[in-house]
Write a protein that binds this ligand. Structure first.
Ligand code: NAP
Length: 335
């Protein structure tokens, strides 16, 4: 009997959290590699908030996941059979492998990237992967930090935010403030990662605390969450401040239109700038970031945390953690 491929397919579009009515487990024969193809045994999945946005039938930077299709997801795996010289048997490959045991690479350019031997898979999917790239280019290219800057980051104990704050310190920021959803996360940011201060947005008045902690104003606000926290940060911007629009996770699960920003006019009075970016546009420059991030990790200047969820069938739980705040650092599913 051939190997079986368990796959999680989108059964219907969610209106909130993802459960087994939204994502259905199916089993089929594992694919076989034909000319030009390779089969990858998936070992790790990268769980990213954007997966939730791909489940909606809404225009985005990638098409929605079709009903009945495997949930799209970055992942890492080992080539187990191949008729493609770019993906030899035994190689570790990163690509959009999906929530399944076996993925078929069909030879489309850019669909997979061979990872050097000996790399820690969880680091490949976090600090040296898309997460680290997002933190690096979002902060440095869009935020343009200067020595002595005041930098505020939301979603600060998450995968991206925790790296952003540390890079800001490495680059000479004088005051780095994280915003996160629990006292434990806030303590971790300050005690372990070297943030100067942290705000628990669930128990504190964010606008008031930003005013106290950033008396000269915020030079860079790295926004992972949008909504009321973005509004509070806008209200405290420094002259020529920059808002890096990375994500808006507070809205991804929300069917209701959120109220408009009250402090939008600060962009005018402070001659400030708000700019979005997509990390897909930086793929050609990943090597540049990886080199620097690798050095910082080796020197012990940059730490990264991983929240591992065991088992393909628990991938939806992993995704939900991002919305309940149950994770500290990068969520990865180990198969
Ligand atoms: P993450 O930060 O590891 O996880 C999401 C975190 O967001 C949770 O841990 C939770 O922490 C917080 N959160 C959830 N709902 C919230 C709410 N309503 N208000 C405030 N905080 C909330 O996820 P990630 O992968 O690093 O992604 C972070 C952001 O970057 C996301 O918005 C994502 O879409 C974006 N992103 C953008 C790009 C790009 O190219 N622009 C690339 C990758 C990621 P708390 O406990 O603090 O609530």
């Amino acid at each position: 009997m051939s190997e079986q491929n368990r796959r999680l397919v989108l059964a219907q579009r969610p209106t909130g959290m993802v459960d087994d009515t939204i994502v259905r487990l199916e089993t089929e024969d594992a694919p076989e590699a034909k000319t030009g193809q390779a089969v990858v045994r998936v070992t790790h999945l990268s769980i990213d908030p954007t997966i939730r946005t791909w489940m909606d039938d809404a225009p985005g930077y990638l098409p929605p996941i079709e009903i009945g299709a495997v949930v799209r997801s970055g992942g890492l795996g080992t080539v187990v059979s191949s008729q493609n010289d770019d993906f030899p048997v035994g190689a570790t490959v990163f690509g959009m492998l999906g929530w399944q045991d076996y993925a078929l690479l069909d030879g489309t350019p850019g669909e997979g990237q061979v990872v050097p031997d000996g790399m820690d898979p969880t680091a490949v999917l976090s600090v040296f992967g898309v997460t680290g790239m997002t933190a690096y280019f979002g902060l440095l290219d869009i935020g343009e930090p200067k020595e002595g800057a005041t930098v505020v980051v939301s979603g600060a104990a998450g995968a991206t935010g925790s790296v952003v704050g540390q890079i800001a310190k490495i680059k000479g920021a004088a005051n780095v403030v994280g915003i996160a959803g629990s006292d434990e996360k806030c303590a971790w940011l300050v005690d372990e990662l070297g943030f100067d201060a942290a705000i628990n947005y669930k128990t504190e008045n964010v606008a008031k605390r930003l005013h106290e902690l950033c008396p000269e104003g915020i030079d860079i606000y790295f926004d992972n969450v949008g909504g009321e926290i973005l509004d509070a940060a806008l209200g405290q911007l420094a002259m020529k401040g920059r808002v890096v629009c990375c994500g808006a996770i507070s809205a991804y699960n929300d069917r209701e239109a959120s109220p408009g920003l009250q402090n939008y006019f600060t962009l005018i009075t402070k001659r400030a700038r708000m700019e979005g970016f997509l990390i897909l546009d930086y793929v050609d420059r990943f090597g540049e970031a990886q080199g620097e991030l690798f050095g910082w990790v080796l020197e012990g200047k940059l730490k990264h945390a991983v929240h591992v969820v065991e088992g393909l069938e628990h991938a939806p739980d992993g995704l939900n953690l991002l919305f309940t705040g149950g994770n500290t650092g990068k969520v990865i599913v180990e198969l």
